[in-house]
Design a protein around this ligand. Structure first.
Ligand code: PXP
Length: 316
């Protein structure tokens, strides 16, 4: 049986069977890991998750911008590995880095060091190219997320066109699976792309929340405005379709402390991947604190909205 996608946090890396220590307190930023016997692990991989909403949405922190600051001087600081540790101490469930073809921020050596240092989920965002597939297979992050990439863009601009390159993407997903990685597609909230992702056997789809974030910003930061509700509804429907197709529903892009709560409340959502807002806030309050505040928004009351300039103190 295919492992249920919600269980992928426990997927073995580098031949180990890793699970949170039985004494681990959920929500505690300090996660001790144990090596489990395969029998225990097998059941964790196949049992469906409970239907109850007890599973809070998880947070993946994108730390590319830390490397952007370092690359501005081509020096050794700030160190993304240090950032990953701080984010872990702030309570994140995962770390994301995008190794871009032009190496504008994260470098190959960062990925190698992060694979060693990150003991929670490591998500390698990458273009669907042979070079990147080779790097992912060699370094072994937990999740490889395929995104479109162009050199001119400031950040990832749209979802991957899976439907338009089925055979090629299917082959790439198979190669990544063969190396033991789970594979995610960053796609627009578009049924055609979701069907294509299922066809290619992706484990996870991350639905692009950029259009929702833009609508939120353009309509007075008011989630009740019809245009904002419309964009949120597209993400909701896409999430439903992703789950119905047997994949994990993640979302991300453009989310911040103001607009994240309605997205975090979407049914069946697994993870949110957030970078710019958290790293921006970390300049003023530190990364550990910025992560803890975002995590608090995801796990606290659904309607919590933080004014970043007057945020309640959350103890990491
Ligand atoms: N998901 C994907 C696929 C991305 O490319 C990015 C940006 O690197 C993010 C999420 C995070 O977006 P943001 O930095 O706007 O939070």
């Amino acid at each position: 049986m295919r492992p249920h996608p919600r269980q992928y946090t426990d997927r073995p890396r580098r031949g180990y069977l890793i699970a949170p220590h039985p004494e681990h307190v959920p929500g505690s930023p300090v996660v001790r890991l144990v090596i489990c016997p395969p029998a225990f692990y097998a059941s964790a991989m196949t049992d469906p998750p409970p239907e109850s909403p007890a599973m809070p949405v998880q947070l993946g922190v994108n730390i590319d911008h830390v490397a952007t600051v370092r690359q501005a001087r081509r020096t050794y600081e700030p160190d993304p590995v240090w950032a990953a540790v701080e984010a872990q101490l702030g309570g994140t469930d995962g770390i994301t880095v995008h190794l871009r073809e032009d190496r504008r921020h994260i470098q190959d050596r960062d990925v190698e060091r992060l694979v060693e240092a990150v003991h929670i989920k490591l998500n390698l965002e990458m273009a669907a190219t042979d070079e990147m597939v080779d790097i992912a297979c060699r370094t072994g992050p937990q999740l490889a997320m395929l995104v479109p990439e162009s050199r001119e863009e400031i950040t990832t601009e749209g979802g991957l066109d899976v439907a338009g390159q089925l055979a090629r993407i299917r082959d790439i997903v198979a190669r990544l699976h063969e190396a033991g990685l789970l594979v995610s597609a960053f796609i627009n909230a578009d049924e055609k792309q979701i069907d294509a992702a299922a066809d290619c056997r992706f484990d996870v789809c991350e639905i692009h929340t950029g259009p929702y974030a833009h609508a939120f910003h353009d309509h007075g930061r008011d989630a009740r405005q019809p245009a904002v509700e419309h964009e949120l509804d597209l993400v909701r429907r896409a999430g439903r379709a992703v789950l119905d197709a047997g994949m994990q529903f993640n979302a991300g892009h453009g989310l911040n402390y103001h607009n994240v709560s309605p997205v975090a409340a979407l049914p069946g959502l697994g993870e949110l991947h957030i970078g710019h807002a958290i790293v921006s806030r970390s300049v003023f309050v530190g990364l550990r604190q910025a992560v803890a505040e975002m995590k608090h928004l995801l796990t606290g009351p659904a309607a919590t909205v933080v004014d970043p300039h007057n945020a309640p103190r959350v103890t990491p």
